[in-house]
Design a protein around this ligand. Structure first.
Ligand SMILES: CSCCC(=O)C(=O)COP(=O)(O)O
Ligand SMILES: [Mg+2]
Length: 227
């Protein structure tokens, strides 16, 4: 049985539609107003300086809008989206979507001594907000670690090796769950166990090169996780 489970968010714990049709438009629509009112806050200034360094020829707002349109998994964009979503979670406009099978399995796995951690392109702050204000309540006490692209890109094996080291867990004892085959390939290269979430409602196509499950109870059955 794996001693730790590392979880992707979009397409794994959470519907792709929630991220693409709710979270992303929420941040895009709020961008200009947020920059006007919070542009001088130190955390925002730092992000904007990083954006400007990445694309010196245009304004940070233009660059951010381009990255949003392209769904670029770029760390400063993800950090800024997290700050914008934080307001929505705080005032109740946003609630983190979780597939109905997810919360019960996370509770059972954690209660059975399995360590749980998140690895998403969304910033650590955004991850904490999604699970802290989820439709199933505050699940953050179940989670032992949060990792984003600051530790490395999700399609690079080195990122998974770094996460295993941060969790102080041998890679072979960690099961990584994701809908994206290239992420699973990278995790397996680093020595992690892998399982592709092929959720019918998300339209995920099975890649055919990793164990597959349509929902978390199937993951539990296949890998002997507590139920
Ligand atoms: C913290 S939820 C927002 C997820 C996000 O911004 C994203 O780009 C999806 O990334 P994932 O690695 O979870 O597929
Ligand atoms: Mg995903």
């Amino acid at each position: 049985m794996p001693k730790a489970v590392l979880l992707d968010i979009e397409g794994t714990t959470t519907s792709i539609a929630f991220v693409k049709d709710r979270l992303f438009p929420f941040a895009a629509e709020a961008l200009d107003g947020f920059l006007a009112t919070h542009g001088d806050a130190p955390a925002v200034r730092e992000i904007l300086a990083e954006v400007q360094r990445a694309a010196p020829a245009e304004s940070p707002a233009e660059t951010l809008r381009g990255w949003m349109a392209a769904d670029a998994k770029v760390t400063p964009l993800k950090a800024l989206q997290g700050l914008i979503w934080h307001q929505g979670y705080a005032d109740g406009r946003l609630k983190g979507h979780l597939w109905p099978d997810v919360a019960a399995c996370l509770r059972a796995w954690a209660a059975g001594g399995v360590r749980l951690a998140i690895y998403s392109s969304g910033s650590v702050e955004a991850q904490r907000d999604l699970f802290g204000h989820s439709e199933a309540g505050d699940l953050t006490p179940l989670l032992a670690g949060f990792f984003d692209t600051r530790i490395g890109a999700k399609r690079e094996a080195a990122s998974y090796a770094a996460i295993a080291a941060a969790l102080q867990q041998p890679p072979g004892e960690i099961l990584f769950l994701s809908d994206v085959a290239e992420e699973l390939d990278a995790a397996r290269e680093a020595g992690l166990l892998t399982c592709q979430l092929v959720r019918p409602a998300d339209g995920t196509r099975p890649a055919g090169r990793h164990p597959e499950a349509a929902a978390f109870p199937e993951v539990a059955a296949r890998f002997g996780l507590p139920r």
